[in-house]
Ligand binder design. Structure first.
Ligand SMILES: [Cu+2]
Length: 191
């Protein structure tokens, strides 16, 4: 009797230990189950890619800046020669020289440079249309700085406090001669 009990007991013990061992691999097998969920994440990426593309209108023609000043050229093809101005943070004031390298008159192909927040561009442009000669509404508080309108062969400049374009941007420079702003604009930032 006692001998059989020992055999039984040891048999049960073996069976239990066998179960314990076999349960360990079972727990591990749940880990690979999580992988398919992670693999599903990249599937969302193709949807996000097309929307990000139009926003990447990254500047390709940075203006040359030296001694807290830059010279922007404008031509008869309704273009600036720069689409980005980076103002050094060490500058207290900054000067933009505008040079019209074309030959057309100011009342036909005039250009200026206006500095404002991107949010105010449209309103400034609309309210400045028809305001001769500079196409900027008088005492427009949204305008941080602006030059006069010039024609072919002429030059002008404007100097402003850099502190005014440090916070609250993004800021832009653009031409408010009627119909020009779409093509003639760029970013201006302090760095
Ligand atoms: Cu213009």
């Amino acid at each position: 009797m006692t001998f059989r009990q020992v055999l039984l007991t040891s048999a049960v013990a073996l069976a239990l230990s066998a179960c314990g061992q076999s349960s360990a691999p079972a727990a591990d097998s749940t880990a690979p189950a999580a992988a398919p969920e992670a693999a599903a994440a990249p599937a969302a990426a193709p949807d996000a890619a097309p929307t990000a593309a139009p926003e990447s209108a990254t500047p390709t023609k940075p203006a040359t800046v030296a001694n807290c000043a830059t010279t922007i050229e404008a031509n008869d093809q309704m273009q600036y020669n720069a689409d980005s101005i980076t103002v050094p943070a060490s500058c207290t004031q900054f000067t933009i020289n505008l040079k019209h390298v074309g030959t057309m008159a100011a009342n036909v192909m005039g250009h200026n440079v206006v500095i404002a927040t991107q949010a105010n561009m449209e309103g400034i442009d609309q309210d400045g249309a028809g305001v001769t000669p500079d196409h900027v509404k008088a005492d427009d508080a949204r305008v941080i700085a602006h030059t006069k309108v010039i024609g072919g062969g002429e030059s002008t400049s404007v100097t402003f406090d850099v502190a005014r374009i440090k916070d609250g941007g993004p800021f832009k420079f653009f031409c408010t001669f009627p119909g020009h702003m779409t093509l003639m604009q760029g970013s201006i930032q302090v760095q």
